[in-house]
Ligand binder design. Structure first.
Ligand code: PLP
Length: 390
């Protein structure tokens, strides 16, 4: 069975709602509304129509011929970078914004790391006529200036968070704090993290990636791929690609985490590879922790991967070995960023470059096999930062 939720909101022992009683009621109400609305044919139709006409789905499955010749395996790229706003995030924000609208919410709030989820939320809010407020760490806001301008152009208010490390964890802290104080807003979470029902809801809106990829690879290759590879921050683009293939055990699923400056330096964000179970932001999962068991300081060159926790369903997949998790460092990701740009004319997001880097290493050892890499986003947002490194 594909759905591994043995108890609603839990994936094995992971997930749950580790939140105050008051918030539990709101989350349960959100789940009820989500179930009720998404069951309706008219909801499904509106979502799919927007996916097609507004986002530009299905995103192509592109055979990267030159990379395939260079590395030996057949490398296909699932082109989420071609979606409106430039990443997979829009699949989820349109879904949740449609739900918010049906719940008669006037305002949505969201956290963002690289700014892609913030832009996608601001876009969905503009489209559906809702107020929007985004929380973003100061370090990320500085690194991803263009996305801050984009959010403002789209009519959103951007709150720059100047706490702790000033990155994604603090942005989620601030957004959750605001949500607790302002029960009337809709919290539009950007990955398969947070308390139930977010991991389930976000997965359901992202699984369209794998559903399309399955049809496309059959059309092009006449068979399933040998490997699926995706980067893992919170884990939404990875689960989006993997989910439709969960019953196909011969298709190996590999999630790639950021090894930053190296797994032995303490400067990384490889939660599944190096963490141990703990609680963050209202759910139980593999977590990078300090000596006191609090979420540790983390680092990645890719702002969207810079999070000490990970989606609870991935924690479960790791334990039951339904997926494998590995890590790739900054340098390897940067090399893949440059190689893909030069050889295929596609500038990938730094997040997606982690998946590419691992795919290249694997392809060298697995000549003749077929690999689908989720190209979760485009690298336009990263060009200025990468240029500053030279
Ligand atoms: C392009 C891109 N890929 C991947 C991620 C990581 O998120 P997730 O693991 O939820 O897909 C982000 C997050 O900002 C992103 O912008």
């Amino acid at each position: 069975m594909k759905n591994k939720q043995n108890k609603i909101g839990y994936y094995g022992e992971y997930g749950g709602q580790h939140v105050p009683e008051k918030m539990k009621k709101r989350l349960d109400n959100l789940y009820d509304e989500y179930k009720k609305e998404t069951r309706k044919e008219e909801f499904k139709e509106e979502y799919l129509q927007l996916m097609r006409d507004y986002v530009g789905r299905p995103s192509p499955l592109y055979y990267a011929k030159k990379l395939s010749i260079k590395y030996g395996a057949k490398i296909y790229l699932k082109r989420e970078d071609l979606n409106h706003t430039g990443a997979h995030k829009i699949n989820n924000t349109i879904g949740q914004a449609l739900l918010a609208k049906r719940m008669e919410k006037k305002k949505v709030i969201a956290e963002t790391g690289a700014g892609q989820h913030g832009v996608a939320t601001a876009t969905a809010a503009a489209l559906l006529g809702m107020e929007c407020e985004i929380f973003m760490g100061e370090v990320d806001a500085e690194k991803q200036k263009m996305n801050v301008f984009r959010m403002k152009l789209l009519g959103a208010k951007v709150n720059v968070v100047k706490e702790g490390q000033c990155t994604l964890k603090e942005a989620v802290d601030a957004a959750l704090g605001y949500y607790i104080e302002n029960p009337e807003v809709f919290y539009l979470l950007g990955s398969v993290v947070g308390p139930h029902p977010y991991p389930e809801m976000v997965r359901e809106f992202q699984k369209i990636i794998g559903e399309e990829a399955k049809k496309q690879i059959i059309e092009q290759e006449g068979k399933f791929p040998d490997y699926l590879i995706a980067c893992v921050g919170g884990g939404s683009n990875a689960i989006g690609l993997f989910y439709e293939f969960m019953d196909d055990k011969d298709v190996k699923k590999i999630g790639v985490e950021p090894a930053g400056k190296g797994l032995d330096t303490g400067k990384h964000a490889a939660s599944l590879v190096m963490g141990k179970p703990g609680i963050i932001h209202g759910f139980y999962t593999y977590l990078l922790q300090d000596e006191e068991g609090n979420p540790a300081s983390v680092y990645s060159i890719a702002s969207g991967l810079d999070y000490p926790g990970v989606g609870p369903e991935h924690s479960y997949f790791k334990d039951i070995k339904d997926a494998e998790y590995v890590a790739v460092n900054d340098k390897e990701a940067l090399d893949a960023f440059r190689i893909t740009s030069e050889m295929e004319g596609i500038i990938p997001a730094l997040e997606s470059s982690h998946a590419l880097a691992y795919a290249f290493k694997l392809a060298e050892k697995q000549s003749g096999k077929t690999i689908i890499v989720n190209l979760s986003g485009r690298g336009d947002k990263d060009v200025e930062f990468v240029a500053s490194l030279n």
